[in-house]
Design a binder for this molecule. Structure first.
Ligand code: FO1
Length: 338
């Protein structure tokens, strides 16, 4: 195990809103450490791209953009996604034409990102190169890597009485935005993942890290999808760095999003220990350590019995200081999992 006591290279497998808020805390913790005379932290982010969607002829990458905008200072903090000072004229015009999907909120400023990305993709640049180019403007302060340059899209099977099979499939964005995750998710399928390969730099970022963190992103459609890319799972299992995660479930509920519904659809207990044991202890699983909220302190024993070092600390990311404290707890726990 590399020295995790004072990591200099940290790699984070991140979804969108929750992961971005965690990353703000990680950068805040790094700044605090530099102010205290310590060395800065180099952060690599491996972002989920299973939420990606082609819409109105444009490639939209919600988790990449949420991390980029949040850390680059362009995010709408109210929504947690999309651009601040946004206007919606283009999507209103599309509605006036009756062009579907009318439920997908594409802001006018956000559209520029998708126009640049789509032009670059059509010119033959891989998504990783496109992301690097977009980050030259936003300067997020981390190396932002898509999990893969290949097309992966998470689709969700939902009940449909009219269909002969009794179910039909919708894109994850439609499940989340139009259906508000209020219908049962009979299956969650990251289409294309079996043929996907890790994007350039991803395996290296995991294998050369001093610390790998799984933030409180969705364990099924965000972190779960990243770990589902052949090659990324093996890199996390074999990295010399400690791997520490933070529970997205607090007191039996998700903090935001739709983790509850998706965990239930996979038959995974909706609890801090349930998710930690789902990830499992390395080397067969992915974790060395798992942070649970203080309200779930009673679940530490079950995790330790499962071979995962666990600790109960406050896990609500109410502000960068609170999140920085969570990062510090993860670093401390990593140091104790040698
Ligand atoms: N989330 C919504 O709840 N409603 C939307 O209309 C919406 C549009 C949207 C457009 C671009 C983008 O990058 C994200 C967008 N999101 C929207 C958020 C997105 O669904 C989530 O960030 C993740 O995909 C799920 O965590």
């Amino acid at each position: 195990m590399a020295a995790a006591a004072s990591p200099t290279r940290v790699t984070v497998l991140s979804g969108g809103v929750g992961g971005a808020r965690f990353l703000q805390g990680l950068l805040h913790w790094s700044a605090q450490r530099v102010a205290a005379g310590g060395g800065p932290v180099e952060v690599s982010v491996v972002a989920n791209t299973g939420d990606d969607m082609w819409v109105h002829g444009l490639k939209v990458c919600p988790d990449l953009d949420t991390v980029m905008y949040t850390l680059g200072g362009g995010i709408d903090t109210e929504r947690g996604w999309g651009r601040t000072d946004e206007t919606w004229h283009a999507v209103e015009e599309l509605k006036a034409y009756g062009v579907e999907p009318t439920w997908f909120g594409l802001g006018d400023r956000d559209l520029a990102t998708h126009l640049v990305r789509t032009q670059m993709l059509e010119a033959g640049y891989p998504l990783s190169a496109v992301t690097e180019a977009l980050c030259r403007r936003w300067q997020p302060g981390v190396r932002l890597l898509p999990m893969t340059d290949d097309r992966v899209e998470t689709h969700v099977a939902i009940p449909d009485a009219e269909a002969p099979s009794g179910q039909r499939v919708v894109h994850f964005q439609e499940y989340w935005i139009r259906l508000r995750a209020e219908v049962p998710a009979l299956a969650v399928v990251p289409v294309g993942i079996d043929g996907a390969t890790p994007a350039p730099g991803v395996v290296e970022a995991i294998e050369t890290a001093d610390l790998v963190l799984l933030p409180p992103s969705n364990p099924i459609v965000s972190v779960g999808t990243i770990l589902g890319v052949p090659g990324i799972d093996e890199a996390v299992r074999r990295t010399p760095a400690p791997v520490v995660g933070l529970s997205p479930i607090v007191a039996g509920r998700h903090v935001r999003g739709m983790a509850q519904q998706l965990l239930e659809s996979r038959g995974i207990e909706v609890s801090a220990a349930g998710v930690g044991l789902h990830y499992g202890a390395r080397p067969t699983g992915f974790l060395d350590g798992w942070l649970v909220d203080e309200s779930d302190a009673g679940q530490v024993v079950a995790l330790e019995e499962g071979g995962i070092r666990a600790r109960a600390v406050p896990l609500m990311m109410t502000d960068p200081d609170a999140t920085a404290a969570m990062v510090r707890a993860a670093v401390d726990l990593a140091g104790s999992t040698r």
